[in-house]
Write a protein that binds this ligand. Structure first.
Ligand SMILES: N=c1c2ncn([C@@H]3O[C@H](COP(=O)(O)OP(=O)(O)OP(=O)(O)O)[C@@H](O)[C@H]3O)c2ncn1[C@@H]1O[C@H](COP(=O)(O)O)[C@@H](O)[C@H]1O
Length: 105
């Protein structure tokens, strides 16, 4: 269990909870489209900080992006592991491509 899996579990626990009890419950209660919109807003805020070059603010906005990404996934019943498995699959593919490109001894 890492911090992203812990956060995913917390977000799952907010599903169906009273919207007045937590920010996550309130956002999820507005539906997947709103969650996606919020993710987009947070991504744009991170882009702005990346362009400005403010490292501390980019790290902070990056945390917002990851949190809202997990909320968006949860709203559409996609697990973090599905995303991580896809990344792992691509690593495997690039590993195959690297091996194929490597000159034979
Ligand atoms: N990581 C976060 C996190 N990052 C950002 N946010 C919230 O996301 C919101 C985004 O900020 P904005 O200024 O864009 O939002 P806003 O202006 O209040 O909202 P809008 O009306 O404009 O949509 C803020 O209200 C933050 O509190 C988060 N809320 C919760 N978490 C995590 O989720 C857990 C559960 O939180 P609750 O559901 O609130 O208990 C917490 O323990 C944290 O670990």
């Amino acid at each position: 269990m890492n911090i992203l899996h812990d956060l995913e579990a917390t977000i799952q626990s907010r599903k169906g909870a009273d919207p007045s009890s937590s920010w996550t419950a309130k956002l999820l209660s507005k539906g997947p489209e709103k969650c996606a919109e919020k993710f987009g807003e947070e991504a744009i805020e991170a882009i702005i900080e990346a362009v400005k070059g403010d490292r501390a603010k980019l790290a902070s906005e990056g945390a917002d992006v990851l949190y809202h990404f997990l909320v968006m996934l949860a709203a559409r019943e996609v697990s973090l592991d599905e995303v991580l498995n896809e990344l792992a699959r691509r690593q495997g593919l690039s590993g195959v491509a690297e091996k194929a490109a490597r000159p034979k001894p």
